[in-house]
Design a protein around this ligand. Structure first.
Ligand SMILES: Nc1ncnc2c1ncn2[C@@H]1O[C@H](COP(=O)(O)OP(=O)(O)OP(=O)(O)O)[C@@H](O)[C@H]1O
Ligand SMILES: [Mg+2]
Length: 252
């Protein structure tokens, strides 16, 4: 068996003594699309926060590309290809769409902060390169007509796409999408699904959190969290048949 890209073992966490994740164990195989579902407050976003370095887990281990992730910062994890989007899109409202996309590329810069301040030719050259990449990403994700507008003027659906464009420009190896379809209409969700499939075909492994069961069929394996514990895993058809999942989550 090939080594998984990401392996979670007995991951546990609590806030103020209240346990929110318990013994969470699963693998994300390289090249896969893995889903994570569960009722509100079951710990999905907390798990994303732990994997991407926003929170340190109180128990368990996380292994990425065969090495344990412990003290790596959010930025270091990003450099290693761990890139996320947020449940509530995080856009810089006053910056343009293009500038927002460029932010996803800052990790690709090689000049130091000092050089940026001094505006050396090397820094200027890299800025041009980042801008060109961001323009290409805007083109690719259908944002070209919007690129000079402030992000504040975007619809919910456009913000989602902007976040994905910014994440992809960071060259993710594992892309974590937290409720990417929330706030989107049916057509936009279809478009999102196509993007997920295409990015996956290009070699990006995906960990997807969604309440949208239709969108979730894109995942080969889905894990169900309930009060911080994985209660069922399998493809969407198996999950929907699972009596415990039906009872506690699907409410049928
Ligand atoms: N920073 C925090 N401090 C205290 N409690 C928190 C914090 N973040 C999350 N929680 C609590 O941890 C639990 C899990 O929350 P989390 O946001 O991970 O759930 P979720 O599965 O993503 O829910 P949703 O579907 O609503 O997004 C909830 O009870 C939540 O209130
Ligand atoms: Mg959440």
């Amino acid at each position: 068996m090939a080594e998984p890209l990401l392996a979670l073992r007995e991951v546990g966490h609590s806030f103020g003594g209240l346990s929110v994740l318990r013994s969470v164990t699963f693998d994300v195989p390289e090249g896969g699309i893995i889903g994570l579902i569960g009722p509100n407050g079951s710990g999905k976003t907390t798990l994303f926060n732990i994997v991407t370095g926003y929170i340190r887990p109180l128990a368990g281990t996380i292994t990425y590309r065969g090495a344990p992730l412990v003290r790596e910062t959010i930025q270091q994890r990003g450099l290693q290809g761990l890139v996320r989007t947020f449940q509530t899109p995080q856009v810089f409202e006053q910056m343009t769409v293009l500038e927002n996309v460029m932010v996803g590329c800052t990790k690709l810069t090689r000049t130091t902060m000092l050089q940026d301040l001094l505006r050396t030719p090397a820094a200027r050259g890299q800025m041009r390169e980042i801008r060109a990449r961001a323009e290409a990403a805007c083109e690719r994700f259908g944002l070209t007509a919007l690129r000079e507008l402030p992000a504040a003027s975007l619809t919910a659906g456009q913000r989602r796409i902007l976040e994905i464009a910014r994440a992809v420009i960071g060259e993710p190896r594992l892309l974590l999408l937290d409720e990417p379809s929330s706030g989107l209409n049916v057509q936009e969700i279809d478009g999102l699904r196509e993007w997920i499939v295409r990015l996956n075909e290009e070699g990006i492994t995906i960990l997807l959190v969604s309440h949208d069961m239709g969108l979730m069929t894109v995942a080969r394996t889905v894990h169900t969290l309930y009060f911080g514990e994985i209660i069922a895993s399998g493809d969407m058809a198996a999950i929907q048949r699972d009596p415990r999942v039906r009872e506690v989550y699907l409410g049928v």
